[in-house]
Design a protein. Structure first.
Ligand code: ZN
Length: 227
């Protein structure tokens, strides 16, 4: 039903991936990633990958656990959301602030990753991926500034650098400019509808129903490279 590139864009294939430091990334970004990691090292930053490729199944598990109140959902101020009081549409919108719809996560591409600086914390540090860690007094403030000034030199950008009314600000999330664009160009609202209709994603009928509004707000609404 889906060709190979569409499968890659939806997180339904691993054929476009290969190993980088024990993690799966899109094979064509490896050189740029290697160069960025070693440049960061020279600036005293151990740029470490926390999360890279995630498949449709894994994203569904995260989504369904949040939808079904098994995993907490937080609002823009990091306060827990009372999910039990929300209808299906409201639940979906609450989740999408921090978690992508399965089939619409940039982590499916293998071109996107969450990073931290391993040299600033203990080996057993529990990474939260929250704003405080990456802001002024946090352990990854230096990494954050370094990425803002240097990521693009190595072909990467921060798609969630600013909150644009869709996905919350994610200073830890970097993306390979050229290769992520390749998969985004393959991705479409219709492709996502087709994937959701044959999935077990909780609330999928609501998502399909409201995708005209959701897609431009949460999928294509990113901070572009160079801004
Ligand atoms: Zn991420």
């Amino acid at each position: 039903m889906f060709n190979l590139v569409e499968q890659a864009a939806l997180g339904l294939s691993q054929a476009h991936l290969s190993d980088f430091q024990g993690r799966l990334v899109e094979h064509r970004i490896k050189r740029d990633l290697e160069q960025m990691v070693s440049a960061a090292k020279k600036s005293g930053i151990t740029l470490t990958l926390a999360s890279t490729f995630r498949d449709f199944e894994r994203q569904s598990l995260i989504w369904n656990n949040k939808f079904n109140l098994i995993r907490p959902v937080f609002d823009i101020n990091d306060n827990p959301v009372d999910m039990a009081s929300l209808n299906d549409a409201e639940k979906c919108f609450a989740i999408m602030l921090f978690s992508a719809i399965p089939g619409a996560s940039r982590h499916h591409f293998g071109t996107d990753m969450d990073v931290f600086d391993a040299s600033k914390v203990a080996d057993d540090y529990q990474l939260q991926l929250c704003q405080a860690e990456y802001s002024e007094h946090g352990p990854f403030c230096e990494l954050s500034n370094w990425l803002a000034n240097n990521a693009e030199k190595y072909g990467f950008f921060l798609p969630y650098k600013h909150f644009n009314g869709g996905v919350a600000k994610e200073p830890w999330h970097i993306s390979h400019i050229e290769r992520s664009e390749f998969y985004m160009n393959v991705h479409s609202e219709q492709l996502l509808v087709d994937a959701l209709k044959q999935s077990n994603v909780a609330g999928w009928p609501t998502l399909v129903d409201q995708l005209d509004e959701i897609y431009p707000h949460f999928v294509t609404n990113i901070t572009l490279a160079g801004s």
